[in-house]
Design a protein around this ligand. Structure first.
Ligand SMILES: CC(C)(COP(=O)(O)OP(=O)(O)OC[C@H]1O[C@@H](n2cnc3c(N)ncnc32)[C@H](O)[C@@H]1OP(=O)(O)O)[C@@H](O)C(=O)NCCC(=O)NCCS
Length: 184
C-alpha cells in the first residue's frame, strides 16, 4: 500500500506510543458509551501489554498513526473463554500457551477506511504468529468487521458474553492456517 508504513512493536516499544494508541481508540469509538472510555481502555492496554508474546502492528501515514492491531497468545490458565455459549466442540477452550493467538483490537481511522489498511495489518500480525489458530470476538451487528473477517477466512464458532457488567454478547470467530483450511 503506497504511503502506508507497517511496523511491529513489542510491549516495551508500544509504551512509547501509548497516548497515540489511546487517542486513536477514542476517535474510532467516539460516542460509544462508558465501555469505550479512556480510563477503561488504558486499564485494558495495561493488562494486555503484560501478557507474554503481546504484539502490536501499527499503520502510519506521513508519521501519523492511522490504524493498528494487537493480540497475544492465550496462556494455559486463561479467562478468555469465560462466558462461552454451548455447544462448542470438545476441548475447544483448552489452551497450552501455543495453541491460540487472540486478537484483541483492530481499528482504522474513519478517514482511512476501505483502502486495505485493516487487511494489511491483519495479515502482517498473523503472518508472524506460530500458534495453531487465531481467535477474536466481534459484535454481531458490526457489519464492516464481520464482512472483513469472513473474507479473510474467519469462521463463527459460537457466542460469548464476558463476565463484566453490562457486557454485550459477541460472536466467537476462529481462523486456522491456510493449509489447514484447504483440508476442510
Ligand atoms: C473494521 C475496520 C477495522 C476495517 O478497516 P478498513 O481498513 O476499512 O478495512 P479494509 O479496507 O482492509 O477492508 C477489508 C474488507 O472489509 C470489508 N469492509 C470493510 N468496511 C466495510 C463496510 N463499511 N461495509 C462492508 N464491508 C466492509 C470489505 O470486504 C473490505 O474489502 P473491500 O474494500 O475490498 O470490499 C474499520 O471499519 C474499523 O476500524 N471499524 C471500527 C473498529 C472495529 O469495529 N474494529 C473491529 C472490532 S472486532
Amino acid at each position: 500500500m503506497e504511503g502506508v508504513q507497517l511496523r511491529h512493536h513489542n510491549a516495551e516499544e508500544a509504551k512509547e506510543i501509548l497516548d497515540q494508541l489511546v487517542g486513536l481508540y477514542l476517535e474510532v469509538y467516539a460516542g460509544g458509551g462508558e465501555f469505550h472510555s479512556e480510563d477503561r481502555y488504558r486499564r485494558q492496554l495495561d493488562l494486555h501489554m503484560q501478557r507474554a508474546g503481546w504484539e502490536l502492528v501499527t499503520a502510519k501515514v506521513d508519521g501519523s498513526l492511522v490504524g493498528y492491531i494487537y493480540g497475544f497468545p492465550l496462556p494455559p490458565e486463561t479467562r478468555w473463554w469465560e462466558g462461552i455459549h454451548d455447544p462448542v466442540p470438545p476441548g475447544f477452550t483448552d489452551e497450552d500457551g501455543t495453541r491460540t493467538f487472540a486478537i484483541s483490537e483492530l481499528m482504522v481511522h474513519p478517514a482511512w477506511r476501505r483502502r486495505g489498511i485493516a487487511a494489511a495489518l491483519h495479515d502482517e500480525l498473523l503472518a508472524a504468529q506460530e500458534e495453531r489458530r487465531a481467535t477474536l470476538l466481534v459484535r454481531p451487528e458490526n457489519a464492516a468487521a464481520q464482512t472483513a473477517y469472513r473474507s479473510w477466512g474467519w469462521t463463527k464458532v459460537t457466542k460469548l458474553q464476558p463476565g463484566w457488567e453490562n457486557a454485550p454478547t459477541f460472536d466467537v470467530l476462529v481462523r486456522t492456517p491456510a493449509y489447514e483450511r484447504e483440508l476442510d
